[in-house]
Design a protein around this ligand. Structure first.
Ligand code: DGJ
Length: 673
């Protein structure tokens, strides 16, 4: 039996024949007692691996109720060899028939309660081994009364919508077959058994799958891994492949407590880049779309600088051939017609206004109408004899090819060397469609080269902030969280729609990753308008940006905006580094997010307007019950002081009126007297 320990939880496994099974997962000391997974019945019409809380099983050991690994042409079994303890655990399994050796890994990410799991498959044999299924890990949860599964789903402009379903028997599945994380589901699943919540998330930016199987005897087993999409991984003799990391987290504090586990993990993934303050950006996309001109952008930059914005980002439309979305992608040269004085002079002009400069790119894409496509039509994903689908009038380059990899790398290096750019927004506006399925590991080469380039940018251009984006939030996952500084959750920036999206995003990802802009957008799903204050408080919930046409804002709006930017700057460390507690939600009368860092508390609160008339007739204050304060301490908020006990049990009062629909409230713990 082996136990590994996280910050406050532990994870215990034991060998049983050629399996490693979970014994216990939960708070410290949880393994000190009989395993809840011990199976005392007769195994009828199944194999023992089908009913065991097995950590990872080839299809020969668990043939019927969901296996993690399979090879073409035969049923795979293996022998457990050694189990070694290092910074976690490492168990080695071998199969003499194929020559396959698989090493399973477990470790807690340092300082967190998130257990990372992955597998490395080696071909030690003399003939190729074709892997048709290659999961990262299986996670077992005792669910005597079935499982309440929570997940995040959506579509373009509606990402990260929380949803849940009860599973008492059978299989539930989420995933993506798009060669990219996708809008439809976040690679995140939470299993609530009534006593605690167990979360599983995946660090992979290609196609993926998370399934939950609930059996007849009260076990839910969650499998997570990349989806091979019918293109198996072939390991030649001597070759090996490493799966993406599947991460697991335990919380006795519900989905919000689980979110805090994911936040500390996201912060751990950010490493020393977490400490950098997140600059307030202006992004020109919603103001100008493709109609980019030096004069127009500088007019925006003038206002942006006066509002306190720190980085000015020119979005799509700056390069040759890019007058709309039909052309230009692939030809990453600034359009001389749009920048008549030269792009260098334009960037210098932006910087002379006291702003840093950022640029949008979509380097894995090409329009048929481009010089790049004319020169390299063979660089795109395609299948012989099949039509090629354009989406948004563009093709996807096969970044798995070394020539495409070199092209993308050098394009970025050249841009970042030629101009003083400190912010790159990396977009991805279409999924993979046609491709040769005979290609081994369809997404693997593409995704790993994407990671190599993102890793390279951090080394070669350490001062450049990278924002990940994919037609909104189609490329948000733990692997991107580890390699980008900020992620764009959605193209939907309308106030009440965005409130929902951000609440969902914070279930799985920390606020330092959540890029958000104040815009003039109308709601796509919820058209009720909200004040400028509401939109600023909302965009302050993560990394603040502005994306409105600020040249049209009145002097009063600009003055108010400048105040909000200054207020955000004063509290952004609390927002991006503090413990997050979501209070209520977008469909409740109480809707707030509390951020706590040391003695400082920031509460962002919104009136989602759920109850007709609440803000129009005299009524009682809304009370926001704060969390995790010291009940015996006092907290100052302006001229008012409250006991921690009052704030937690009764709540912080907010009073909405038709013109006051959101607030940013600061509290500070008072020294004991
Ligand atoms: C999709 C992104 O999500 C938007 O923010 C914007 O950058 C457009 N692409 C530009 O084409």
């Amino acid at each position: 039996m082996w136990t590994i320990a996280g910050a406050s939880t532990e994870y215990t496994v034991a060998a049983d024949g050629d399996r490693i099974d979970l014994m216990a997962w939960g708070p410290r000391g949880v393994s000190d007692g009989p395993s809840p997974f011990a199976f005392h019945g007769k195994v009828q019409y199944l194999l023992p691996g089908d009913v065991a809380a097995v950590e990872y099983a080839p299809d020969g050991l668990r043939p019927f109720l969901g296996a993690d690994l399979a090879v073409a042409g035969q049923v795979l079994t293996w022998r457990l060899g050694s189990v070694a303890v290092d910074d976690g655990l490492r168990a080695t399994f071998t199969d003499e028939v194929t020559g396959l050796r698989v090493v399973l890994r477990w470790r807690f990410a340092p300082g967190t309660d998130v257990v990372e799991r992955w597998a490395v498959a080696h071909n030690d044999g003399s003939t190729p081994v074709v892997l048709t299924r290659l999961g990262s890990a299986g996670f077992n949860v005792p669910t005597p009364d079935g499982a309440l599964l929570s997940y995040l789903c959506g579509q373009w402009a509606e990402e990260f919508t929380p949803a849940s379903t009860r599973l008492t028997r059978g299989r539930f599945e989420i995933g993506s077959a798009q060669g990219v994380t996708g809008h439809q589901f976040a690679p995140y699943l939470a299993v609530d058994n009534g006593d605690a919540v167990y979360g599983v998330a995946l660090a992979w930016t290609g196609s993926w799958q998370i399934t939950a199987d609930t059996d007849a005897a009260g076990l839910t087993r969650v499998r997570a891994g990349s989806a091979l999409d019918g293109a198996p991984v072939t390991l030649a003799p001597g070759e090996s492949v490493t799966t993406p990391v599947a991460a697991g987290a335990y919380s006795a504090d519900g989905l919000d407590g689980l979110a805090r586990q994911w936040h500390s993990y996201g912060r751990q993934l950010a490493g020393d880049r977490l400490g950098r303050s997140r600059k307030v950006i202006y992004n020109s996309w919603e103001a100008t779309t493709f109609d980019v001109t030096a004069a127009g952008q500088l007019a925006l930059a003038d206002v942006a600088a006066s509002l306190g914005v720190e980085t000015f980002v020119v979005d799509d439309g700056w390069f040759v051939g890019r007058h709309d979305d039909h052309g230009g992608l692939g030809d990453w040269t600034p359009d001389p017609a749009k920048f008549p004085e030269g792009f260098g002079a334009f960037v210098a002009a932006v910087r002379s206004r006291g702003l840093e400069f950022g640029l949008w790119v979509e380097p894995e894409m090409v329009n048929p109408r481009s010089a790049l496509y004319a020169a390299h039509p063979g660089w795109i994903y395609q299948a012989d004899g099949r039509p090629r689908s354009t989406i948004r009038n563009q093709y996807l380059l096969n970044l798995g090819r070394s020539d495409v990899y070199e092209f993308v790398l050098s394009t970025l290096d050249e841009l970042l060397t030629a101009y003083p750019i400190t912010y790159v927004k990396w977009d991805f506006n279409r999924p993979r469609t046609e491709a040769e399925r005979s290609v081994a590991d369809l997404d693997g080469a593409h995704v790993r080269n994407l990671y190599r380039i993102l890793d390279h940018l951090r080394v070669a251009h350490p001062d450049v902030v990278v924002e990940g984006c994919a037609a909104g939030g189609a490329r948000v996952d733990l692997a991107m969280a580890a390699r980008t500084d900020v992620l764009w959750p959605s193209d939907n920036t309308a106030p009440l729609d965005r409130l929902r999206i951000q609440h969902g995003f914070l279930s799985a990802y920390p606020p330092h990753l959540m890029s958000s802009w104040v815009t003039d957008a109308d709601g796509m799903f919820d058209e009720r308008s909200r004040s400028l204050a509401f939109r600023f408080v909302l965009a302050s919930a993560g990394v603040l940006g502005i994306g409105a046409d600020i040249t049209r804002w009145t002097a009063a709006e600009r003055a108010e905006a400048a105040q909000w930017v200054a207020r955000y700057k004063a509290v952004r460390d609390v927002i991006t580094l503090g413990d997050v507690h979501r209070i209520g939600g977008p469909d409740e009368a109480r809707c707030a997010v509390q951020y706590t860092l040391g003695d400082r508390v920031v509460v962002l609160a919104w009136n989602p307007g759920g109850l007709a008339g609440r803000d129009r007739v005299p009524a009682r204050d809304i009370r926001l019950p704060l969390r995790a304060l010291d009940p015996n301490a006092h907290y100052r908020c302006g001229d008012q002081t409250y006991s921690g006990s009052h704030l937690m049990a009764v709540g912080l009062p907010v009073r909405w009126t038709p013109t006051h629909d959101a607030d940013l409230i600061e509290l500070a713990r008072m020294p004991a007297v």
